[in-house]
Design a protein around this ligand. Structure first.
Ligand SMILES: [Zn+2]
Length: 54
């Protein structure tokens, strides 16, 4: 069986503009103590990572 190496989604450094956008929003939310927003962005990040980086 042949294994084709693919992009590693979890590796640090594999991110895009959307990652930066979500990270920034998450950072702001958590800094302001907005747990709901922080949780929302954390979820968004997970979904985005799966959709775009896996
Ligand atoms: Zn991304």
């Amino acid at each position: 069986m042949r294994h084709t190496p693919e992009r590693i989604g979890e590796a640090p450094g594999s991110r895009c503009e959307e990652c930066d956008h979500i990270k920034a929003a998450y950072y702001v939310a958590s800094r302001h103590g907005d747990r709901e927003a922080a949780a929302f962005w954390a979820t968004e990040m997970g979904l985005h990572q799966r959709a775009a980086h896996s």
